[in-house]
Design a protein around this ligand. Sequence first.
Ligand SMILES: [Zn+2]
Length: 256
Amino acid sequence: MSTHELHTILGPDDWPAAEVINPQGTAPICLVCEHASAYVPASLAHLGVAPEHRKSHAAWDIGGLDLAVALSARLNAPVVASRVSRLVYDCNRPPSAVGAIPERSEIVDVPGNVGLSDVARSARASEVYEPFRTLLEATLDQFNRPPALVTIHTFTPVWFGQPRDVELGLLHDRDDRLARAMLANRPDDLNAQLNAPYSVTDGVTHTLREHAIPRGLQNVMIEVRNDLVSDAAGVARFADILNTMLTKALATQEAL
Ligand SMILES: [Zn+2]
């Protein structure tokens, strides 16, 4: 039996569920993009999501992968990215979390996630989440010295009708070293904040907690407002900003 025949959600053309971009990158930094893709495998029939929401921020982090790839090129660091929409399975959530397979995301209903059987939930975890985490573990294992783990996300400028002023969020779990060091190196003209627009209490630090903290790796979750990375110029600007902030922050940490 070939590998794809073990899958019930992803077909042979969909597999694998995760990828490494710039795997030969030599910087001691591992970039991660859990919400890189809006792709829903054909077997799930768009999860019943209305057409206007299928490429919305509910399905993925708009501009997130473009930003991660641009930053990867500047740093020469690998990116581990999911190739499946977070509406199928949110790779930044453990299987026990309700939000791992959301029935609703902000104002978007996801009928295909309502009333799932345990078997269907398990298939989502085993076909989307497990390959992602296995690939991330394997990538972390390949560094010559312990890398910093940096997750790249974007957020919507308007949430439940409320505009958000923050432009760059630096989120941390128990280990706040890198988030604080980056904040200290922010440009003066940028609205950068610690733990905004989300924080650990929203359950968003799963990847950091699962992969960085047990290994003692420096880590941070970066959130960029998606209207600022909606075109190539915006992506390049933020890749430059984050490259500088991250490089300076890691240099100060090494000097300690
Ligand atoms: Zn995200």
